[in-house]
Design a protein around this ligand. Structure first.
Ligand SMILES: Nc1ncnc2c1ncn2[C@@H]1O[C@H](COP(=O)(O)OP(=O)(O)OP(=O)(O)O)[C@@H](O)[C@H]1O
Ligand SMILES: [Mg+2]
Length: 206
């Protein structure tokens, strides 16, 4: 049986991942292509429990290392339980963030080191790599304005923006060495971006 495609979406907060995933799901549905949508952490019984730990505000003493390992634990579970079987059954998998997020956020912006995140990413996923990754690249200030839904906001948290800038740089660095990562200019209209994404998927499947 033909394997399903493993497609991931990456980028800073508010870059438009959910918007593009919605458009791609509509496209796949209209073409009767089978797919599942996956979101980390969670998506499995074990993963949901891990998600609750990660999101629980009472766990404010969680260390960065504990957080990293919990993300990887949830990733290991969903990869083995959901992603690998789906791909094997010819079902396309659309993933809202995958291990590149760990590389950009923990490895790069949080300075935990690429050696560590690369090693854990590979182990947690049994080296299951996406076929194609769309990096929705955008100026953090524009992404922030979009999320706020207004053009002029005076409470731009400068620290927040510079952190997003670090994450963005981390993603762009990573893209230089990973051929599967397609950098998409996410400052354009959703439909224009969607067309480009579909073209790339089309190129991949022929
Ligand atoms: N290309 C676009 N042009 C203008 N606005 C957009 C575009 N794409 C998304 N938006 C809007 O920007 C906001 C953030 O988009 P979206 O939720 O898709 O981003 P996200 O990457 O999923 O964010 P998060 O990381 O918070 O999940 C939403 O209000 C959305 O409607
Ligand atoms: Mg989203």
């Amino acid at each position: 049986m033909k394997k399903g495609l493993f497609i991931t979406f990456e980028g800073i907060d508010g870059c438009g991942k959910s918007t593009q995933i919605t458009l791609l799901k509509e496209k796949f549905s209209s073409e009767n292509k089978e797919f599942i949508e996956v979101r980390e952490p969670g998506g499995t019984r074990v993963g949901e429990k891990i998600r609750n730990i990660l999101l629980d505000r009472k766990n404010d003493s969680m260390t960065r290392m504990a957080e990293l390992l919990l993300f990887e634990a949830a990733r290991a579970q969903i990869t083995e339980e959901v992603i690998i079987p789906a791909i094997g059954n010819g079902v396309n998998v659309i993933c809202d963030r995958f291990y590149d997020s760990t590389t950009a956020y923990q490895g790069y912006a949080n300075k935990m080191g690429r050696d560590l995140t690369d090693f854990l990413n590979l182990k947690a996923t049994s080296e299951t790599s996406p076929d194609i990754t769309f990096l929705l690249d955008i100026d953090p200030e524009l992404a922030w304005k979009r999320r706020m839904g207004r053009g002029e906001e005076d409470r731009i948290e400068m620290l927040g923006l510079s952190y997003q800038e670090e994450v963005r740089t981390g993603y762009l660095e990573l893209a230089k060495s990973e051929e599967r990562i397609v950098i998409i200019d996410a400052s354009r209209d959703p439909e224009v971006i969607h067309e480009e994404i579909v073209k790339h998927i089309w190129d991949l499947t022929g």
